[in-house]
Design a binder for this molecule. Structure first.
Ligand code: 13P
Length: 288
């Protein structure tokens, strides 16, 4: 075995000035492709699921079994953590119970006092069994699991307070958005990131909405304490694009091109190529 907590890999990335890619998985193919990519790139990885993606796949335990079994069957040698993304209080507890090695408790929509209380409880519970914890201050723009936030900038004082609870890494809104960035997006707010980084006393920070941010901006964010970068949409886009091209070229109706193993292969190859590129861009390649 196998799956590890994300604490140590993120702490090492923070010290070494690179970021761990946290790729969201949606199904068996995604999971296989992410694992194949990080093994190729020799990168540590966080594989994460939202609550709804886990439900789609058959539940948290099914996800744990799938990731563990693929990890072993593929002979993966790089460190792999399995993380709950944007977890509720109940979801985080359920994942800790069935074998996730890391959880995010997202209390950013509660009032701050309640966020602190619930974060504290999840941190104590997770740490008692060696599971790492991410908490969130301030919303991330866009829509995630049906919850839309307007992308407020996190308050550095609140970040300092949550960091002091002993959380392992902290998500803080700095103008980042889930999903595709609009053409008029203002970019990451580095002034705010700088203030947050100074306030949290060396706590690693998490950048959500990592899809489509220009690499100059992700690299600069890494120099300012970002050590985990979440990517979901970008792998979905390259998969959909490659699959569309395969079908538009009529390849699904040539021979046995409709066999799912053939139909899904161009999309899977595209996920692997993009994930390797992101490991290189985030500096985590060859750090396993
Ligand atoms: P994207 O879908 O924009 O890459 O965001 C992923 C994310 O932050 C998951 O929490």
């Amino acid at each position: 075995m196998v799956l590890v907590s994300a604490k140590e890999m993120v702490a090492k990335a923070h010290e070494g000035h690179y970021a761990i890619p946290a790729f969201n998985t949606n199904n068996l193919e995604w999971t296989k492709c992410i694992l194949a990519a990080v093994e190729k790139a020799k990168s540590p990885v966080i594989i994460q699921t939202s609550e709804s993606a886990a439900k789609y796949m058959g539940g948290y335990k099914m996800v744990v079994d799938m990731v563990r079994d693929l990890h072993d069957a593929m002979g993966i040698t790089v460190p792999v953590a399995l993380h709950l993304d944007h977890g509720s209080y109940e979801g985080a507890k359920a994942c800790i119970e069935v074998g996730y090695t890391s959880v995010m408790f997202d209390g950013s929509h509660f009032d701050f006092a309640e966020n602190v209380e619930k974060s504290k409880e999840i941190i104590a519970l997770a740490h008692s069994v060696g599971v790492s914890v991410e908490c969130e201050v301030g919303g991330i723009g866009g829509t995630e699991d049906g919850v839309t936030s307007n992308g407020e900038l996190a308050d550095p004082k609140e970040c300092a307070e949550i960091a002091a609870l002993g959380v392992d890494f902290l998500a803080a809104g700095i103008g980042n958005i889930h999903g595709k960035y609009p053409a008029n997006w203002a970019g990451l707010n580095f002034d705010r990131l700088n203030e947050i980084n100074e306030a949290v006393n060396g706590k690693p920070l998490v950048l959500h909405g990592g899809s489509g941010i220009p690499f100059e901006q992700t690299s600069k964010a890494i120099t300012m304490g970002v050590s985990k970068i979440n990517v979901n949409t970008e792998l979905q886009l390259v998969f959909a694009d490659a699959t569309r091209k395969y079908i538009e070229a009529g390849k699904d109706i040539e021979g046995k091109g409709y066999d799912p193993r053939k139909l899904l292969k161009p999309g899977c190859d595209a996920i692997i190529a993009k994930a390797v590129e992101l490991c290189e861009a985030f500096g985590s390649a060859n750090k396993a």
